[in-house]
Design a protein around this ligand. Structure first.
Ligand code: ZN
Length: 649
C-alpha cells in the first residue's frame, strides 16, 4: 500500500490491484472491490495484477506528488508476452486535482506484427476502476421527492445529459456508440457522481480513443461508472489522462461549470457572440423557426429500407415550387422568419450516391428551381440550408473507389446497406474536405449559394480511424478533418451545422439538427433511464444554436417544455427522412395555428437568451417535476412537467 497525502486529501493505492481509497476532506471514495483494472486482449481478460513484474515508486516534482507503478510482461495461455505499461496517480498541489494516467511503455507495433508472432494484442483497457457507489435514500422515479442535498446520483453525458439517482427503477440500457467519448454516447468526455452534496467529476483530457461504461439495474441502490480505452491505429500508443476534481457542497451545476472552465482554459470555448463577430448572419438564424423538409426520396432495392411488397412506398418527389407554397403557408400562419433545411435536393435523391450529390434534382425544377426557392425565402427574410453528407460513401457513387474508403486493420472496408442509397462504406475523412470544396464550388458556379449547410453524422457518430498507408488517419485526426469541413463552409459565408453536437466541434460548429435528451430517441412512453438534465447546455448553451423537437407526443409529455427549459430554437415542421427512427415518431395532432403560436413563444424566449450562459438548472419545491433554469442575463424559466406549465421571468 502506497500513500500520497496533502492537507484535506489522501490517496492509498494498492499498487498490484490498483484499488484506491481516496479521502477528499471528509468523504471517502473507494474502488469497487469486485472490479480490478484489466486488459482485454486476444488471449482473454488479463488483470493488471497478473503482470510478471510490478514495480512502484513515489515521486515529487514541481507540480505535486505522485505514485508510478510499472507492469511488465504477462503470462496467458501458457505463453509469456512482452508488454509493459505504467499507471501514474498524481496529486496536483495548485488545484487539488487527482490525475489517473495509463501510459504504454513497450508494446508490439500493432498491424506491423506478422501473423503467427506471439505478441500481446490489447483491444481495450479498463482503467481506473469505478468507485463503489452503493447507498443513500433510494429514488425510484421522478414522482419521488427531490432533495438534492440527500441524493446519491450519477451524471452521464449521453446526448444532452442524464442523472441516474440511486434506486432508479429503470435499467440503464447500452449507451449509444458504447459510450465512446465525442459521440452521441458522450457529447462531452466526462462523468460524475455525487452523494449528499459530496462529489467528483472525472474528465478525460485525452478523449479521442476511449469512452464511458456504466451499469445500473432496475431499482439498484447504486450505479457503476468507469472508463475504457482503446488502441489508436493498432496500439495504445500514447499517454491517457483522466482528471478527478473533488468537491463538497456540490451538485450537477458545479460539475458542468468545472468542465466549462476546463474547456475555456483549453482555448476551446468559442461563444456564439464570438462567432457572430465574423458571421453576422448567425444573429438571423437565432430568430428563426426551423423547418425540415425534403424533395426526392429513392430507396434502392438493396437498402435495408426497401420494401419488396410495396416497392414505391418510399419513393416520392416534391418540387422546389411546392416548397415555396409551403413557405408562404407558414408565413401566412404567422411563423415569422424561417430556416428551411432541405433534404433530397439533388440526384439521385436523399441519402444516395454521396459524395457525388449532383446535379440539382431536375424533375423538381433543377438549378433554376432551387435558386427561385432561395430567392423566395430571402424575400421573406428566411434562411436556406441544404442537407449534405461526407462520411457515408455509396458504392453507386461515380467516384466510389475502395481505395479512398476507410480501411480496417485487416485491409477490409467497413460496409452496410442501412440507408436509402444501399451498399456503402465510409469515406476516409482525409478525403472529405476535398469533396466539400468541390461540391460547394460547383454549386456556387451554378448560382446557388446556400446560407447554411448540414454535414450529416459528423457530430453524432464516432470518429473513424483508417489503416490505409496512403491516408492513414487516427480518430483524433479524423475529427480535425471533419472540423476542416465546417471551417471551409464558414470561410465561404455558409453557416455549418451537423446532426448533433459534440465537444470537439464547438469551436467551428454553429448549429445542429438537434441536441436531444436520450429518452426522446425512444418511442413515447418508454420509461426514462434517468432524469434528463441539460448538462451539455450548462456548459455550451451560449456557444451553439440547438433546434428542439416541439412534438406533443402524449397528453402527459410535451417536448415544447424541454425546448423552453433548455433554451433553444423551435422546430415548426420536421418531416422525418426515415419514419420511426432518430426520434421521428408521429405526434398527437396540433393544428398549424397552435404550433405556430407554440414556436413563437419558444423563439421569442430564445432571442433573449441565445447568447447568454445557462448559469444553473435546479429542481424546485422538492420535486423533480418542477425545474428552473437561470441565464446569465437574469432571465429565468420554470417548467412544471407535472401540469405542463411554464413561467418565464
Ligand atoms: Zn484513410
Amino acid at each position: 500500500m502506497l500513500t500520497i497525502e496533502d492537507v484535506d486529501f489522501s490517496l492509498c493505492l494498492d499498487e498490484k490491484t490498483q484499488a484506491v481509497r481516496i479521502r477528499a476532506k471528509n468523504t471517502v471514495w473507494e474502488s469497487r472491490a469486485d472490479f480490478l483494472p484489466y486488459l482485454e486482449t486476444d488471449e482473454g481478460r488479463i488483470p493488471f495484477q497478473d503482470a510478471e513484474s510490478i514495480r512502484s515508486e513515489c515521486f515529487t516534482n514541481g507540480l505535486g506528488k505522485g505514485i508510478r507503478c510499472t507492469f511488465e510482461n504477462f503470462r496467458a495461455g501458457g505463453a509469456l508476452f512482452d508488454y509493459e505499461f505504467e499507471t501514474i496517480w498524481f496529486l496536483e498541489k495548485t488545484t487539488g486535482d487527482l490525475y489517473a494516467e495509463w501510459v504504454p511503455l513497450r508494446e508490439p507495433a500493432g498491424s506491423q506484427v506478422t501473423p503467427g508472432d506471439k505478441a500481446l494484442r490489447v483491444r481495450k483497457v479498463f482503467f481506473p476502476a469505478p468507485f463503489d457507489f452503493t447507498g443513500g435514500t433510494p429514488v425510484r422515479s421522478a414522482a419521488d421527492p427531490a432533495d438534492p442535498s440527500r441524493l446519491w446520483y450519477t451524471l452521464l453525458t449521453q446526448r444532452q445529459g442524464m442523472m441516474i439517482p440511486n434506486g432508479w427503477d429503470t435499467e440503464l440500457g447500452p449507451l449509444c456508440f458504447d459510450g465512446q467519448y465525442l459521440s452521441a454516447g458522450a457529447y462531452m468526455p466526462w462523468f460524475s457522481q455525487i452523494r449528499e452534496g459530496h462529489g467528483y467529476i472525472a474528465i478525460s483530457l485525452t478523449p479521442w480513443d476511449g469512452g464511458v461504461h456504466a451499469a445500473h439495474r432496475a431499482g439498484e441502490n447504486g450505479t457503476t461508472v468507469g472508463q475504457w480505452l482503446i488502441p489508436s491505429l493498432g496500439t495504445m500508443r500514447y499517454r491517457r489522462v483522466l482528471r478527478y476534481s473533488f468537491r463538497d457542497g456540490c451538485d450537477h451545476n458545479t460539475m458542468a461549470k468545472i468542465y466549462r472552465r476546463y474547456v475555456d482554459q483549453s482555448g476551446r470555448l468559442v461563444t456564439l457572440r464570438e462567432k457572430e463577430a465574423r458571421h453576422p448572419e448567425i444573429r438571423k438564424l437565432i430568430a428563426c423557426c426551423f423547418v425540415h423538409t425534403g424533395i426526392k426520396t429513392v430507396v434502392q432495392k438493396d437498402s435495408r429500407f426497401f420494401d419488396p411488397e410495396a416497392p414505391e412506398k418510399n419513393n416520392h418527389l416534391a418540387t422546389f415550387a411546392s416548397k415555396e407554397v409551403l413557405v408562404k403557408k407558414l408565413h401566412d400562419a404567422g411563423s415569422g422568419p424561417l430556416y428551411l433545411h432541405l433534404d433530397g435536393w439533388a440526384e439521385p435523391g436523399y441519402d444516395n450516391e454521396h459524395p457525388d450529390y449532383f446535379p440539382v434534382c431536375r424533375a423538381a425544377g433543377g438549378s433554376a428551381g432551387i435558386r427561385h426557392l432561395e430567392e423566395t425565402l430571402h424575400a421573406y427574410g428566411d434562411l436556406f440550408g441544404i442537407h449534405d453528407q461526407y462520411r457515408d460513401y455509396y458504392r453507386r457513387a461515380e467516384s466510389f473507389d475502395p481505395r479512398w474508403a476507410v480501411q480496417n486493420e485487416d485491409g477490409s472496408n467497413p460496409g452496410h446497406a442501412n440507408w436509402a442509397g444501399g451498399p456503402q462504406s465510409y469515406l476516409c475523412a482525409t478525403q472529405a474536405p476535398g469533396y466539400v470544396r468541390r461540391n460547394f464550388t460547383r454549386l456556387m458556379a451554378d448560382g446557388i449559394h446556400p446560407d447554411c449547410a448540414y454535414l450529416d453524422v459528423f457530430t453524432c457518430n464516432e470518429a473513424d480511424e483508417c489503416f490505409n498507408p496512403e491516408h492513414r488517419m487516427s480518430r483524433r485526426q479524423c475529427l480535425e478533418y471533419r472540423g476542416k469541413c465546417f471551417s471551409y463552409c464558414l470561410s465561404e459565408g455558409i453557416v455549418p451545422s451537423s446532426e448533433e453536437v459534440s465537444d470537439w466541434a464547438v469551436p467551428m460548429l454553429v448549429f445542429c439538427h438537434y441536441a436531444p435528451f436520450e429518452f426522446m430517441m425512444n418511442p413515447p412512453g418508454t420509461p426514462k433511464e434517468g432524469i434528463p438534465v441539460p448538462l451539455f447546455n450548462l456548459v455550451y448553451h451560449d456557444c451553439l444554436i440547438e433546434p428542439w423537437m416541439m412534438d406533443k407526443v402524449s397528453s402527459g409529455e410535451d417536448y415544447m417544455l424541454y425546448a423552453l427549459l433548455c433554451g433553444g430554437a423551435p422546430y415548426l415542421l420536421r418531416e422525418p427522412a426515415y419514419p420511426g427512427i432518430d426520434g421521428a415518431f408521429a405526434g398527437s395532432g396540433v393544428s398549424l395555428e397552435e404550433q405556430v403560436k407554440r414556436c413563437r413563444a419558444v423563439s421569442e424566449l430564445y432571442g433573449r437568451i441565445a447568447e447568454s450562459e445557462m448559469v444553473s438548472h435546479t429542481f424546485e419545491g422538492g420535486s423533480f417535476g418542477r425545474q428552473k433554469v437561470v441565464y446569465q442575463n437574469g432571465t429565468s424559466v420554470v417548467v412544471d412537467f407535472t401540469v405542463s406549465q411554464y413561467y418565464i421571468q
